[in-house]
Each structure stands twice: as structure tokens, then as C-alpha cells.
Design a protein around this ligand. Sequence first.
Ligand code: WTA
Length: 632
Amino acid sequence: MVQIKSLEEYLKTYTRSVEQPELFWSEIAEQFDWIQKWDKTFESDMIKAEFKWFRNAKLNITSNCIDRHLDNKSDQTALLFVPNSPDEAAQKITYKELSLMVNRMANTLKDLGVSKGDRVCIYLPMIPELAAAVLACARIGAIHSVVFAGFSSTAVAARINDSSSKVMITSDGGYRGNKTIDLKGIVNDALKSCDSVESVLTIKRTGQETVMIEGRDYWYEDISKNLSDECEPEIMDAEDPLFILYTSGSTGKPKGMLHSTGGYMVYTGFTFKNVFQYESGDIYWCTADIGWITGHSYILYGPLLNGATTVMFEGVPSYPDFGRFWEIIEKYKVNQFYTAPTAIRSLAKESLEWVEKYDLSSIKVLGSVGEPINEEAWHWYDEHIGKRNCPIVDTWWQTETGGIMISPIPHVTPTKPTYATLPLPGIQPVLLDEQHKEITVNPAQGSLCIKHAWPSMARTIWGDHQRYIDTYFSAYKGYYFTGDGALRDDAGYYRITGRMDDVIIVSGHNLGTAPIEDAINEHPAVAESAIIGFPHDIKGNALYGFVILKESGTDRNQDELRIEINKMISDHIGPIAKLDKIQFVSGLPKTRSGKIMRRILRKIGEGDLSNFGDISTLLNPEIVEEIIEGRL
Ligand code: WTA
């Protein structure tokens, strides 16, 4: 794999990638195994949002993730599974073993009637079968749609129905810290409102009792027993879909981002190697869940494409104690460690003894992802985990981008706290001003957009291309709009300042305000609601809801209502979307056209009561005073 090793080489490579993108990307792509090569590197239409990468090329991504390594790495650990409980032994799954697991799972899916193009919904805890399930789909050309195992049955059902998944893969239950989650029960509930699912493949993890429906539900260990562990890879076109992954948007309906095969492979393989400077034999650990894009690209695909050893951790950073991450790093001599600012902040507030108990000298590179990393967390990470000796790669990217877009390259790009620094080769970020013009001077601040197509960009929103165009390619004609704002310093370094839309990042999870408001509004006592984010020491942002009650709700006990509203949110979305503060108000500040002025609510939530700007244009300016007085 092409590996950039000096700043000079980065600059040269970057320039070339901008001046000769066809040549640049085809050289990178040459390093993978293709069944048939492309006849054109890419075609891009930023207006219609139509993109093709590696036109007419044929491949199978699992041949590149697994088979390709069987000649010389068959006994090397591919997945290092670290269970939730420290008392349960870790499992080293070699490339050979992974190959057998994936193929057997692939044959099981075929046995259940799954074929190329069918959607398979995966709802599993972080166990090796999750990796196998994802790769088994890719092996046979089925489109995987992984749903994070913290989502509620309503949210699961919405995702199954949107993608009309044919098969569901789940487990009896899952472990998370000292809790056990009834995953199969949640699936059973979800499936009451899903017609497309024909079979449920159930993995045994916790051994808990569960209701199995005859003719629909199968125990994986039973039905796979007599199936072969050899399975020829399906021949896929580079543009055939690889997976759907849902992300929040500004309406209640989640957006099923569709990723395709060839471009995604090339980009995740290339970026993994460079951003983590992975060397053969290194132990790499990304603490994300495979239910999110970070897990897809940088626990599974990116590392496996590079023949890496990738750690899969089932548990949480606080169980059985706050030393868990550091214990795992010491025990398995982790070389690259990739986590989220929210995890860093939550561990930084605990005693340093948890860190100092362990030998972290194996670490070479530290990574951060998912939200802006604040200065304090950056320095804590640098000082106490990296011992001022490991570059921190603050990686900016999105579900939609498929792979890391802006990030330092360790030992190549000088880092700067809170800055994601420079774009990776092939990525052309720009800042646009309010007149939609590119800002060419530095320093600058504006809307972060991307000017040129890249291989792993999402190709569409499943079933709704118009929404894809409207969301990403309409705000600024000719550009991909990220939804983020950013600063650029004199050196051209980017610092992401946060979302510019109605998405709030809470503990690294993207939450759209609309779906949460929809959930709250279903409460019989609620007339209307508005959600904003406010700064929170650990979560980055927490949620603050302003709720107008119906006449019937006004004599109810407010604390009880708060509990019921949060329960409503948990049931519709999941516990991650619960509100920290709920204030009951008699009205919401609205413009004359009836739009809620969230800007005002945000300021109140932040406790910044100094300057609301001109509120006289509001339909109901008097409400602002009332809301300020009742502020929580
Ligand atoms: C935010 C996660 C600042 C950003 C890979 C983006 C970040 C959204 C960073 C995508 C970072 C991600 N610095 N902000 N290093 N990384 N973000 O789809 O707002 O879960 O648009 O993808 O997270 O979140 P998503």
C-alpha cells in the first residue's frame, strides 16, 4: 500500500492528487486485487449527484480483506476479540479462521434464500459473529444494513422497513458493562411491524431465554452446522452497493446512506494505512461500535484490507472499572488506539491512578473521531496516554464520506491541538462564505464543503436520490456540503467547529432534533417541542427540550412527565437520545412564518443571555422573557 512518510512526500502526493486525480487514484487502486480492471477511473456530476468510481471494474471486497492474506498471513490474528467481562478469555481469530467463519455464515445466508442485492439487517453486539455477518453479506453480494444494538425496537423497525431487509441477524442478548440487553426481544417487537423479513438468524451469546418463532427464527449454530465453510466470492461491479448505514437527518426519517464496493475499498484501505501508519504485526484498536461508520471502515474493512490485527471490544470503558481501556492496551500491546473525545473526557475526569497502573508504552499513534476534541481533552490524551510521544490524529469525516477526509498523518503532519489539520490526498475541502463564494485567504471561517468527488463518497440515500441531492448538493451548487462549519488557520489547517444544521452530536452520536421532537410530540400531554444542544463536560453536547403542554397536561406532575417523555424517546429511538433537561413552556419563540427560532433557544440553553439580536420580528417576543425565567 502506498505509504506517505514525510511532509515533502505528502505535499507532492497531494498536489498530484489534485492535478491528476485519475492517475493518482488508479495507482492506489492498482494495489488491490481486482477480477477485472476499470476502463475509467471516475465519472462525477456534482449537480445530479451521480458518481462512478472504477467504472466496469469487478471485484469482491472480502477476497481483498481475507483470501488475499491466506498465503502468508493465514495464522496471523485478524480479529482479537476482547469480551465484556475480563473473566472471559479473549479470542484470537486468525485470517484462516475468519475465512471459515465468513464462508459458513455466507452459505447460511444463501441457504435462507439471500442473494446478490438483497438487504440483510444486522443487529448484534460487538462479538466476532458481527464481523462475520458483515463480511458474509459482502461475500455473496448482499447489502448489509447494520443497526447499532442500542437502538429501540421502533428505530430498528423503521430501518428494516426503509431498506426492506429480507433477513435479520441478531443474538439472544448482549452484554454491556453490568447490563444484559434483550436483543432478540427487541427484534421480536420490531418485527411485529415489518413484513419484509422472512428469517431471523439468531446467534447464541448470553444464553438467555427467548421466544423463537417457528419457520422464521433459526439458531445459527443449528442451521449452519452442516453447511460448507467454503464459499466462492460473488463477482461484484465496483459500483454495486456494499452497504446501507443510517444516519440522522433534519427530518424524522433516518437517511440510509448507500456505499458502493470498489471506491469504498480503495479509500478505506488507503486511509487506514496512512492515517494510522500501520506496520505489519502491529495491534490496532478502534473502540467504536461496528454499528457506526467508524466501526465499518476502521474496525473491519480498512484494517482487514491491510492484513492488520484489529481488536474488537465488546464492553464499555467503565467496566469493571475505569482502567479497562488501559488494561487492554497493556495486555495486548496495542500500537494504534482510536477513540472518541467523549470517552477521553469521561476517563480524564477519573483518577489518574487508573492510567498510571498500566504500561502504555506500546502505543505509537492515538486517534480521535466523531466530534471536535476540546483543548483540555487533547492535552490530557497527549500527556497521559501518549506520554507526549505519540502523534494524535484528529480525524474528521462522516458516515457519508465513508473514510477519513481531514487528518494529520503521524510523523508527517505537525499536529496542532483541536485541529484536524490537512486534507488527505485526493480530498479537496473548501470554505464557502455566505455568498457561496470560496474563501481563498487565510485565516478564514465558513461552511465546509468538498469540491471534488472522492472514491468512498456515499452514492445516494437508499430509495430517495432527491433527498441526497437536496441534503448535500443543493445548498452550494457544484459542491458537496458537509453540514459542518470550520476554521482555517494561516497554515491552511482546518478546525471543525461543529454542525450548522439540526444535528446535535451527543457523546459522539449524531442525533437529529426532528426525530426526537417527533417522539416527544407523541406523548398525549404534549402539544409541541423543540430540542437544542447545550455544552456538556463529558458528552460534548447534551440535549435540552422545551415542551409546550396541552391543556390536559398542565395539571400533571412535571417530574413524572419528564420521566414519561424520556421513556417515549427511549422507546422510539434509544436511550442515547434522552434529554438532560426538560423545561415546560407556554410557547416557543417563532418567526412570523411560524419557524421556531432555535438560535434564541440555543443561547438560553448555553446560558448566554447577553445578546439575542433583534427579537422584535418574532411573532411572540414576550415568550423569551418567560423562557429565560424558567431556565434550567
Ligand atoms: C463530526 C463519524 C470535529 C462532524 C465519523 C461530522 C467531527 C459528524 C470529527 C459525522 C472531528 C466527526 N472533529 N467533528 N475529528 N469527526 N465529526 O456520521 O460534525 O457519525 O459531520 O461520522 O461528526 O458523524 P458520523
